[in-house]
Design a protein around this ligand. Sequence first.
Ligand SMILES: [Zn+2]
Length: 659
Amino acid sequence: MVVRLAGDALAGAILHRIDALALPVAHTAVGASPGFDAADVLLLAQQPVGFAWREPARGFPVADGAHLALLAFIDAVTAVIAPCFVAVILGRSLPGEAGKGGNGNSGAGDKAFDVIHLDSFRVRVNKQAVRHACTTAIDRYPADIVLVKNCERREGPTKSGWAPTIVAMISREPTLERLAVARSLLLDPFGLTDETVANALKTIAAHRIDDADLYFQYTRSEGWSLEEGIVKSGNFGIDQGVGVRAVAGEKTAFAYSDDISEAALLDAARTVRSIAAAGQSLSVKVPSSPKVAGTRVLYAPTDPIATLDSSQKVALLERVEKLARAKDPRVKQVMAGVAAEYDVVLIARADGTLAADVRPLVRLSITVIAEQTIGGAVRREIGSGGGGGRFGLGYFQQDIIEQYVNDAVNAALTNLEARPAKAGEMSVVLGPGWPGVLLHEAVGHGLEGDFNRKGSSAFSGRIGQRVAAKGVTVLDDGTLPDRRGSLNVDDEGNASQRNVLIEDGILKGYIQDAMNARLMGVAPTGNGRRESYAAVPMPRMTNTYMLGGDKTKEEIIGSLKRGLYATNFGGGQVDITSGKFVFSASEAFWVENGKIQYPVKGATIIGNGPDALTRVSMIGNDMKLDTGVGVCGKEGQSVPVGVGQPTLRIDRLTVGGTA
Ligand SMILES: [Zn+2]
């Protein structure tokens, strides 16, 4: 969280804040501060390495957790602000940190702390820089709270003469931290308070309604692209606003404004409450003090746009191009793009619940065009690759970039050799990972609560029935760390969940938002999503995938007498009511007698979702999630999603070909 405090407001506000966090040791830290007379950075770590242990992927070596993390923190601070005075209060006796700091106990209540003064570094400090450094550092260093203090340099410091200014305070308590970030961006600058928010909800609830919510959103996005060797700083955008919704029965009234103000909020509230006239619905009571919704911690509250500077973004795209061209002389054109988004939302619900999320999202994409001349005829083919997720741009290290480049170049080169696809009814083997988009289209949309409540899905009324072959288990899981489709809390303030939709072939449940769940008499599943504050929530997928089985990829391909092996897909479409889908394969091979014969081009797969699932005859042991590129569209609203599946054999699908 960021608290801007000045002068005497400091101590009281911090202590109050710290009390709220139940970090008693912080009192000691503040109290022990008189010795600090320059820019201080206090890093209070209460249960620190716990984060490092649980999230080794974040980047510190587990064996040396606290020590290296501390060095990383100091690095980050000093790199950005040049030498400064850094004091770090570091928790010791950290869980699992055997052999470090002389006390390897893992007692949870242990409150031993060290103060480390690095007073050889003293310099004037740029507040922005400190804040940036600490935001970066806290992502790498698992502290509960970071206090950055910018103090006047004084001769002969004394307790009474010490007058620090807190420029940033970053809490590691994730739910509170996100709420504080959201308040600082969405309420404070516009003079809004919890009371204003409660008043708006009360205004709506003056009529009889079933539900209401306010959705505040701040989004900053940036995109860079490379084409014909030239990097363009493309779009940079900031959008913010508030959506106000009242729900009565099946009716939704919605108003939104890109002006966040008390007047706009109350105006929207009065507009939407007018729909409620008819209902015999319950009246919603808005409590006077908000309660904080439980949320998950699936990704760091990073602003990914700030994780690389402009020259690094340019260099990243240039590296992608260079790698792609170096892979094969037939690569004639390279297009690449890097996009980053920082999305902060605050949801106030009619029952007085407040929820917030800070959602980073990045994506690197590459498209190559390969060309070769055979017998005087020039042939050009396209291939693409890429990926991303909810983290900073630092994720795109050499090995990841190489993987994306390989995907793109290999696809283009494969397609240069491709022959026309054969048409007809045949068995099809789908590759792992992104081909799960077929599952998303053919099954996922059909399991969304709105279609099923209205009875318009091919899966309507079929809970408890067999809808797929034995062994087929399909999940929609919004709780996967760092994944593109994951959410700490959905856009209606409900925590995301791991929902089993189909288990061993039996339909178990649907994907629900709050309204459809209420109307169908079930609990929401954490799938209420919206494109922005200007759109109403709907039941939407998060990360949808099929669990793996026991067959190897070789066994599955080896079993194919005559059929298609599709490893990548372009677009697809589904008709929810009939369940019919059409997909075009962007990378596919013809298989005969269990052996891959040659690549084919122009294959489309046509089928019926519920039917296709019953014809799954082999399930691979190689379940893979996609690399993080999916966008799902529904009723004009786009949201980021993930898909995944193992290698899969489906019998009797219709393949539309060109041969
Ligand atoms: Zn979709």
